[in-house]
Design a protein around this ligand. Structure first.
Ligand code: E4P
Length: 218
């Protein structure tokens, strides 16, 4: 299972990249706005910090405009995955980039039917938004299970399921159980994955007992 970090905060990305556990980054217009920085400067910094795919979202709503913007975004680095909305125009642009060998991420996926369209359009990634579905009272994780089950039936579908809008460690483990290829995770949730009270308690006991031996390893 690959881990992407879902942020445009370069300090967070650099610090998490040091763990060696980050396989890529996703950004979106809201995260870029939150960073308060120039989009292209942010993308260059992120692509220097991580070697995996970096999703950069277009702002145009027509296929021609998306293609123009996507071409410009893709020039930043070969790591860029052009992020396109789940619309007919986005799907047309997706097919264009797939044919050119440029990575794509079809975003704002809220149904299995939409995920089938993304696969047929040759998307590199499709992003079903778990948390935003949960917010409506429906079960976001069921969508991940459904998409993974459908994709498994068709070996010619090469699109990777990128579980997005993740709010908790449980979202990550359940997405993994369903077979999601990637989870894109906000920094705070990613950092919380390591926490367990029994780990803290066990470590304190081991350290105290080790001190009693009076020995040094190095
Ligand atoms: C995915 O690429 C999106 O950036 C992200 O996961 C959206 O998550 P949110 O619902 O927490 O905004």
């Amino acid at each position: 299972m690959k881990f992407f970090v879902d942020t445009a905060d370069i300090a967070e990305i650099r610090s998490l990249a040091e763990t060696g556990l980050i396989d890529g980054v996703t950004t979106n217009p809201s995260l870029v706005a939150k960073s308060g920085r120039d989009f292209f400067d942010v993308l260059k910094d992120i692509c220097d910090a991580v070697s995996g795919p970096v999703s950069a979202e277009v702002a145009a709503t027509d296929a021609e405009g998306m293609i123009r913007e996507g071409d410009k975004l893709a020039k930043v680095s070969k790591n860029i995955a052009v992020k396109l909305p789940m619309t007919w125009e986005g799907l047309k642009a997706c097919r264009h980039f797939a044919d050119k060998g440029i990575m794509t991420n079809v975003t704002l996926c809220f149904s299995a039917a939409q995920a089938i369209l993304a696969a047929k359009a040759g998307a590199t990634f499709v992003s079903p938004f778990i948390g935003r579905i949960d917010d409506t009272g429906a079960d976001g994780m069921q969508l991940i299970r459904d998409i993974c089950a459908i994709y498994r039936q068709y070996p010619d579908f090469t699109t990777l399921v990128l579980a997005a809008s993740i709010r908790s460690p449980l979202h990550i483990t359940e997405a993994g159980k369903a077979g999601a290829h990637v989870a894109t995770i906000p920094p705070a949730v990613l950092k919380s994955l390591v926490n367990h009270p029994l780990t803290d308690k066990g470590l304190s006991i081991f350290l105290a007992d080790w001190q009693k031996t009076g020995q040094k390893i190095a």
